[in-house]
Write a protein that binds this ligand. Structure first.
Ligand SMILES: C[S@@+](CC[C@H](N)C(=O)[O-])C[C@H]1O[C@@H](n2cnc3c(N)ncnc32)[C@H](O)[C@@H]1O
Length: 185
């Protein structure tokens, strides 16, 4: 009885710890680590196919639902993820190690402070205020970013070059911005 009770209490603490770290990050960052839907993920992968061979950065890589498959698909391409929420970052880091993905780098850092000088493509599934800040960061830093792929939210100040409307209830958009060839509004 005593070992079972001990096991139960330990498990309850682990579940409580895991839940509270995710809730804490969600409140602090303004967004949960919910992954893109499967249909949106397919659209993002399709748009990524049109972006050449440069470094892809996922701004908020969550549990790794985008960065891991794309790092597997393009072993010659550098893939980077920034994620502040501890448990999603830890999970994706363990998966990266398990799968031996040498072209994937995962930082537990704030993407607003990220060095974008070597980035070619930014991938986002965020919220309007975050897209606003990213747009300003791109403009102010005159970053070398060529493309932005955004699931569901527009990138203010830029004109998208392509949009895929996924086959869900809302016909949700996934945008491609060709930053190097588009007019800044
Ligand atoms: C909705 S999830 C998207 C996950 C993944 N990119 C996808 O499409 O499946 C957004 C992630 O961004 C992370 N995030 C939000 N603000 C951040 C910041 N300033 N720096 C790093 N990560 C951040 C959140 O913790 C969350 O995991």
């Amino acid at each position: 009885m005593i070992p079972e009770l001990f096991l139960f209490i330990t498990l309850a603490f682990i579940v409580l710890f895991v839940t509270s770290t995710v809730i804490y990050s969600t409140v602090k960052l303004g967004i949960s680590p919910m992954p893109s839907s499967y249909k949106a993920y397919l659209a993002m992968m399709k748009l990524a196919d049109e972006t050449g061979t440069g470094t892809i950065i996922d701004m908020g890589s969550g549990w790794g639902n985008f960065v891991i498959p794309i790092a597997k698909k393009y072993p010659q391409r550098q893939i980077v993820g920034y994620e502040l929420s501890y448990l999603p970052w830890l999970t994706s880091t363990l998966l990266k190690k398990l799968l031996g993905l040498k072209n994937l780098t995962l930082y537990r850092q704030n993407f607003y402070k990220a060095d974008l000088s070597k980035a070619s493509v930014l991938v986002c599934y965020l919220f309007p205020e975050a897209m606003d800040k990213i747009s300003k960061k791109l403009w102010l830093e005159q970053a070398s970013v060529n493309f932005v792929i955004s699931n569901n939210f527009v990138l203010p100040l830029w004109q998208h070059s392509k949009v895929i409307r996924i086959n869900d209830f809302y016909k949700s958009p996934v945008y491609l911005y060709d930053i190097s060839n588009s007019e800044h509004k």
